[in-house]
Design a protein around this ligand. Structure first.
Ligand code: BG6
Length: 529
């Protein structure tokens, strides 16, 4: 079995910060297998389970990060017996594994510990049968009463399932055992519904039993932002408004909505990506150093950033928020249909597939440094990155040279693909005259540490079993995320878009987004490589 997957966030970060050399050995020496625990997956026959959860459980098992007192209990409506579900799980693991070759011993390890329960989530009888099954699982697999419930279902079941579990006593923690609940996104559809969901969950669970997941926080590069900022001496002193001109966060996807048109049309790019993934990236870039890597210390610093983001007035929404919807075009050399021609999307849909915002973090570190966020489907390429753009130096020295315009230095954190960090700056082009060219210093994860393809869920599941909520969202953080986009949602709802579709599939989004930066004398970073 290979040993390549990441251990708990707090452990790794503390070890990295205390290490002075030879970081290449950092991943596994500190990681111990987690368990005993039963992992109950609601929505066990769904897409997320087969594409992400099962491959991540496979990766954890392959890296010896699951103890042998682990069990998987799938719960779904589909009528299957245990053997049929096991066969499906084995097949899904083979098909969606992130590693090239799949080790049959690992699959067998998990399959032997897998159970299935068919039932309706609204029916109390399902939970009575689950209770009986969990007792069997505990006896057979030694899971000691610890249970992680993973809600990988449609959001309307989140509070129903939590209530049902509580009603039959399945969330109660006795004899030192723990019971935790992972809630998938979307966590509400706006501020009000997120508040209501928080209230509903807290009727039956303590806050420390609720793990609100954002899979962006499971990505290696995202976790590295804190280590990069606070574990090195040279970046933090210039990480502020005195040196940084603006920050651009891009999460661009080249795919369209695929088969998710039904969900996506009711959501749109803003709600699907910004209150969660993009704001998480923003908080990691903007937060103050926490006093430790304890969950509360980290989450409190992140929450402070969200609190410092000035809510937009309706007038500001008109100038600081841009929406777009893709038309047909060419994506990756192939013709791509318009959004309105996608499966399960109304032909006159007014849903945005692109959103860009300009946000202000109004605190001592960031006042007057705009944070530009953009995300979209069917863009020119799939890339997620954070570009920290530094202020230009004074031009005086170069006044009489052909250098007309000094570029900004850029520190680029590439989240995916080609994970890494690159520093872009100017250098003299060799020759008798002073001419400047843009050059880069690159760090690539793949070159430094070898490549490990993970789903991003491994660390998150591992941390939850361990009881480390650092990478999960607190109730107030989710609500603040919604509060930030709330004014945009309201204005966009009140003013139906008149220019849709307004960008071609395979482009970098609508012209209005370029104009938003142009008004500030800036441009979006041109992403070529
Ligand atoms: C999900 C969104 O949360 O994140 C999807 O619902 C989006 O629409 C996905 O495609 C992007 O995740 P990743 O890990 O592929 O960047």
């Amino acid at each position: 079995m290979s040993t390549t997957n990441p251990p708990s966030t707090r452990d790794v970060m503390e070890q990295i910060l205390s290490a002075t050399s030879d970081l290449t050995g950092l991943v596994n020496p500190f990681a111990a297998p987690v368990g005993p625990a039963a992992i109950v997956i609601f929505g066990a026959a769904g897409d997320l389970t087969k594409r992400k959860l099962l491959p991540s459980l496979y990766n954890l098992a392959a890296a010896n990060l699951l103890s042998d007192k682990i069990a998987i209990v799938g719960v779904a409506r589909a009528d299957m017996d245990r053997e049929t579900y096991r066969a499906k799980l084995e097949e899904d693991m083979r098909q969606y594994a992130t590693s090239g070759t799949v080790d049959p011993k690992v699959i067998e390890f998990l399959s032997k510990r897998t159970y299935y329960l068919s039932g309706n989530f609204e029916n109390a009888d399902t939970f009575a049968r689950l209770s009986t099954l969990l007792a069997t699982v505990e006896r057979e697999q030694g899971t000691r009463g610890n249970v992680l419930y993973y809600l990988s279902t449609a959001p309307n079941y989140f509070s129903i399932i939590a209530d049902q579990l509580a009603a039959i006593g399945l969330t109660r923690e006795t004899d030192g055992a723990w019971r935790r609940l992972i809630v998938e996104k979307p966590f509400g559809t706006d501020l009000e519904s997120a508040r209501m969901l928080n209230q509903q969950l807290r009727r039956t669970l303590r806050e420390d039993q609720i793990y609100r997941i954002d899979h962006y926080l499971g990505k290696e590069t995202v976790q590295n932002i804190m280590v990069f900022r606070f574990g090195n001496g040279m970046f933090e002193p210039i990480w502020n408004r005195q040196y940084i001109d603006n920050v651009q966060i891009t999460v661009a996807e080249s795919l369209g909505v695929e088969s998710r048109g039904g969900y996506y049309d009711g959501s749109g790019a803003l709600r699907d990506m910004i209150p969660n993934h993009l704001l998480q990236l923003l908080t990691l870039v903007a937060m103050e150093p926490p006093t430790s890597f304890e969950a509360e210390a980290v989450r409190e610093e992140k929450a402070k950033v969200l609190r410092a983001i000035t809510p937009m007035t309706p007038e500001k929404v008109l100038s600081n928020a841009v929406r777009g919807q893709y038309d047909e075009g060419m994506c990756g050399g192939k013709p791509a249909p318009a959004y309105r021609a996608e499966e399960k999307v109304p032909r006159n849909s007014g849903t945005e597939t692109y959103a860009a915002l300009k946000l202000a973090v109004d605190n001592w570190r960031w006042a007057d440094v705009p944070f530009y966020l953009r995300t979209g489907k069917r863009m020119a390429k799939r890339v997620s990155e954070i570009a920290i753009q530094f202020r230009r130096p004074p031009q005086l020295l170069f006044r009489n040279t052909p250098v007309e315009h000094l570029s900004r230095n850029v520190l680029l954190i590439r989240v995916q693909p080609d994970e890494g960090i690159s520093l872009r700056f100017g250098a003299k082009i060799p020759g008798p005259t002073v001419r400047m060219g843009n050059v880069a210093m690159e760090f690539k994860y793949k070159d430094a540490f070898g490549s490990t393809v993970t789903t991003g869920y491994e660390t998150l599941i591992y941390d939850c079993i361990k009881g480390d909520p650092t990478l999960y969202q607190r109730a107030d953080m989710v609500e603040m995320g919604w509060a930030i986009v709330n004014p945009v949602q309201e204005v966009w709802r009140a003013l139906p878009p008149r220019t849709f579709p307004n960008y071609d599939a395979g482009s970098w989004g609508p012209d209005e987004a370029d104009e938003m930066l142009k008004r500030d004398g800036r441009t979006w970073r041109r992403i070529e490589d």
